[in-house]
Design a protein around this ligand. Structure first.
Ligand code: ASP
Length: 256
């Protein structure tokens, strides 16, 4: 809130606060430079994490990780192939084959980039040109959906938190499991549409039931792989909702 007001005051003040504005810009540039260094080091860090995991925890953790990957991928695919198309059919009155044919370019791009934001221009194009969604609906629903609507991420974060609890031998009560699901939904709202963003907001989910945030290190090595499928479902959800909203906001035809 403070940052928001500082920003408003900077804009209102115009040239008077030029020095503070350029200081903020330079500070931002410094942060970006440091982040670039960290990103360059990340593959090595992941290699070290994975090497340590294999050397110390051996096959037990790895086979559990593989099981987790299969379960998460399976449920995410189920959500994308069964649940979402069913909702589209019921609420948007569009058959799933038409939907998948029209959106395949965006879905493949989401898979390849693991980024809803990078895919957004294509999602807009597919929705408007191939699914016949009006420009004003697509232009409103898809950008908001890209930021806020992430079914795949919510599903992943909830499953990951339960997996970590299970791995640590913690028995979560039903109430705690519901808290996990709820915070996963909220955390997915906050995740930006970039690769592995879900890993960051997942800290909130873990902490909601007292699990250590460091536990995400176990999932880091396989996250990039799982991110591909969940991003596809995130993007699919955005386009699907645009169809549903468009269907319900179209003015009824007037018969003369
Ligand atoms: N990569 C996802 C997206 O862009 C976000 C995430 O779950 O990490 O939609």
């Amino acid at each position: 809130l403070f940052a928001l007001f500082v920003g408003i005051a900077l804009v209102k003040g115009g040239e008077r606060f030029h020095a503070v504005r350029s200081l903020s810009q330079q500070f931002f540039d410094i942060m970006m430079m440091m982040i670039t260094w960290v990103m360059k080091l990340a593959p090595l860090g992941l290699f070290a994490l994975l090497a340590k995991l294999v050397a110390t925890e051996a096959i037990r953790v790895l086979s559990r990780l593989a099981e987790f990957a299969v379960v998460v991928t399976g449920t995410t695919i189920f959500h994308g192939v069964v649940v979402l198309p069913l909702l589209l059919w019921i609420f948007g009155k569009m058959d799933p084959i038409t939907f998948f044919k029209g959106t395949k370019t965006a879905l493949i791009t989401a898979f390849a980039t693991s980024s809803s934001s990078a895919t957004m221009p294509l999602s807009l194009k597919c929705a408007q040109e191939n699914l016949g969604v009006r420009a004003q609906t697509a232009g409103f629903v898809i950008p908001i959906g890209t930021q806020l609507n992430m079914d795949g991420t919510a599903l992943y974060e909830a499953a990951a938190a339960l997996f970590i609890a299970n791995l640590m031998g913690l028995d979560l009560s039903l109430g705690q499991q519901l808290i996990v699901c709820l915070t996963a939904m909220i955390a997915s709202l906050g995740a930006p549409g970039i690769p592995s963003a879900g890993m960051v907001t997942m800290i909130m989910v873990l902490q909601s039931v007292g699990l250590p945030a460091e536990a995400i290190a176990i999932l880091l090595p396989i996250d990039r792989l799982l991110d591909t499928v969940r991003t596809v479902v995130n993007v699919q959800g955005d386009m699907m909702i645009s169809v549903v909203v468009d269907h319900h906001t179209k003015a009824p035809e007037i018969k003369v």
